[in-house]
Design a protein around this ligand. Structure first.
Ligand code: DGL
Length: 270
């Protein structure tokens, strides 16, 4: 069986590009549609009801275009609406939280795991609950990093301001004896070298989005819906509710593709 329909990826902004980057590598035959709700980013500080509404709007936009699988490439959305979308849609739907927890359980040696994420993700306790369900004796320290997303969205993730913000925000984690830190927001891998530098080389960083792509690959096999190498990737399309120009700049810096086509679309009110 070969299935040419695209895989859909959604995020509040450019964060899900960190997941797409991994998909381009691990799934070279798959067609990709990406939707980033940049105009309404960040989702992290918003009430859950709003995140649920916005996530459904993005989902419906991609479903109308005939996706065969949906990846909620946003931890904040995964935490509050994954189950509902999964139960409603007739296609496989995957979030980024469980794959990140599986990788953390595998990596930690001293059983001290750190989670960094948005206010919404940390408040939901989704990572902590999932980790403790797997290994009850894990010590989990969660920290919200509300300033990180805007540093990334404004394309300042290489700047000295970024270094200062990351160093100040992560200081409380340095005394926790953490050996594994989950990047529980898909925007954070863009800050990865800075985060690694602050945490030290003995701390293993887990990129929850990248871990997710391995599971997407497994699901494509399981449901027998992969595209064939004979067809290959024909579509890699990006939509944003914000500035197509800024989105394109970040996407071309981050992804190994030139001349990325980005289309602006409106989804609804803020
Ligand atoms: N990239 C998103 C996440 O993984 C959300 C960032 C935000 O909009 O606050 O949580």
């Amino acid at each position: 069986m070969t299935d040419k329909r695209p895989i859909g990826f959604i995020d509040s902004g450019v964060g899900g590009l960190t997941v797409v980057k991994e998909a381009l590598k691990q799934l070279p035959n798959e067609n990709i549609l990406y939707m980033g709700d940049t105009a309404r980013c960040p989702y992290g500080p918003r009430p859950a009801e709003q995140v649920i509404k916005f996530t459904w709007e993005m989902t419906n936009h991609l479903v109308e275009q005939g996706i065969k699988m949906l990846v909620i490439a946003c931890n904040t959305a995964t935490a509050v609406v994954l189950e509902e979308i999964k139960e409603t849609l007739p296609i496989p739907v995957i979030g980024v939280i469980l794959p990140g927890t599986r990788a953390a359980v595998k990596k930690t040696k001293n059983k001290n795991v750190g989670i960094i994420g948005t206010l919404g993700t940390v408040k939901s306790g989704a990572y902590e609950t999932a980790l403790k369900e797997k290994v009850p004796e894990l010590v989990v320290t969660s920290l919200a990093c509300p300033k990180f997303v805007s540093v990334v969205e404004s394309n300042e993730y290489h700047s000295s301001v970024a270094k200062k913000i990351v160093a100040e925000t992560l200081t409380p984690l340095l005394s926790k004896n953490i050996d594994t830190l989950v990047l529980g927001c898909t925007h954070y891998p863009l800050l990865r070298p800075i985060i690694q530098n602050v945490m030290g080389e003995n701390v293993t960083l887990i990129d929850s989005g990248a871990e997710t792509v391995g599971e997407v690959s497994m699901l494509l096999d399981y449901f027998e819906i992969s595209n064939s190498p004979k067809n290959g990737r024909e579509i890699c399309r990006f939509y944003t509710t914000g500035s197509a120009k800024l989105f394109k700049e970040i996407a071309e810096d981050w992804l190994p593709i030139d001349h990325i086509k980005v289309e602006h679309i409106d989804l609804g009110g803020v």
